[in-house]
Design a protein. Sequence first.
Length: 570
Amino acid sequence: MDMKKRIAERITSAAQRSFEGCAITAQELAAMLEIPPEKKLGDFALPCFRLSKTLRKAPPMIAAALSEHLACEEIDHVEVVGGYLNVFLSRTFLARSIVEAVLEQPGRWGSSDAGKGKTVCLDYSSINIAKRFHIGHLSTTMLGHSLKRIYDFNGYTTVGINHLGDWGTQFGKMICAYKKWGSREAVEAGGVQAMVDLYVRFHQEAEKEPALEDEGRAWFKKIEDGDPEAMEIFSWFKEVTLKDTQRVYDLLGVTFDSYAGESFYNDKMQPVIDELREKGLLTKSQGAEVVMLEDYGMPPALVLRSDGATLYITRDLAAAFYRQNTYHFDKCLYVVAYQQNLHFKQLFKIIELMGYDWYKGMEHVSFGMVSYEGRALSTREGYVVYLEDLLNKAIEKAREIIEQKSPNLPNKDEVARQVGVGAVVYFDLHNDRNKDIDFRWERALNFDGETGPYVQYTHARCCSVLRKAGEVSAAPDYAALTDDEASDVLMLLSRFPETVRKAMEQSEPSLITRHTTQLAQAYNKYYFEHRIVEEGDAQGTAARLALTSAVRDVIKTGLYLIGVEAPERM
Ligand code: ARG
């Protein structure tokens, strides 16, 4: 439903009727239509100056002539002001076309097939083995998950990749510590925390007994050589980590299509290194090999250490080629904190220098830091907040609020989970991604502020209005939706698709979060100033219910796109 296009078509046929031989097309005319700076100048305005050249008439005369032929359902009235034709849309028509368009395909308003036949890889969450999932990982996880949904919604084929951090000398140390002081039972019982403890102990003991470092290195060498015992322990560490993390992913509803992490690329780096060398891109530097990037204002990228060891970027190079060859991506997004800006700039530049055009589809989606209740997180100072704890606390708090507000709600546990988790996710995706976030309970869980629970509550309100009204058989009279409050709601509905498109283009889900919030606010204003169900006005009631239904649908879609659930009762 493109209003501008329809109006342009109307004006075009008016022009053909007013001026013999007028050859203007609707497309050309649409390009001339402007949106006036003030509401009193109409919804659209046509400056007639350009037309006056071809038609050989003064602009005010053209505007006046056109105005004679514009009686139609879309237009309420037109005004001629100087050389401008100002068009005022029919609010009734607007209401009908928007509401009907939304309700025609439930859950699809704002979707498109822009990405038909195209593939996007999204690298997000990408956790490190044997480390606990803390709130610093929330943004990468939820931004990535949301972007995946947004791309899906626009017809792309998407591949969600958890590029596991499962390679490095620390795993040798961890095995060494495990062999000395650990036990299978303790790690099974303690999960990732037990592994973290072993690692901490390793460093404490190694201070007293430096020979331990050599033992750790020897164990890592065994992993590199594929020694069966080392490999068995190492893959079991991975399993334990993934099992622990899975609980968090389940709470968040986040999934992946691939868990190919750093170690997956062990046997896939050589061809890339060879190619770099053949193309003359590798330079020896103190025994190591680097790609010089001075000409591009960047320090050299270390690709091979002097002992032949590969690095993080070597694995990312192999991963990029693997993804291109396997998925033939049009885009590959890396949702990673801004601290890695340089890493990704180097990575993309190297692929460009290798002569591959597809580097253009690679994008680093960076984001800011999270602090907690006004304090920066620091592992060293012991100030860490684990994501699972945060989510469980949110669920518990939501549960308390529900207990007070709706003690008779049937599925309280389920709703508490949806509201608690939704509050955290919404909080994370509410501001521009590059801004730092300070997580505060009173701001995340407030049912009246700009929060997840507020938007969810509005959705549940719409559901409840519709449930209570039951079946309506009357045909809606859309003239009932022409007041200012309804118009504000309608405008927000009509602009939703544009917001979804922008969110995708800018990799900025917060645009959807805020649009959905505005829609909820506008609907609540409407709800408080108008009676939805009015005795003796069946057709007006039907129109107000249709509006409510459209709002419910679009709020649900907006929440879905940012990874937040929408309970029907709260
Ligand atoms: N595991 C890395 C970290 O925690 C993030 C990996 C991001 N993805 C990538 N392909 N480099 O810093």
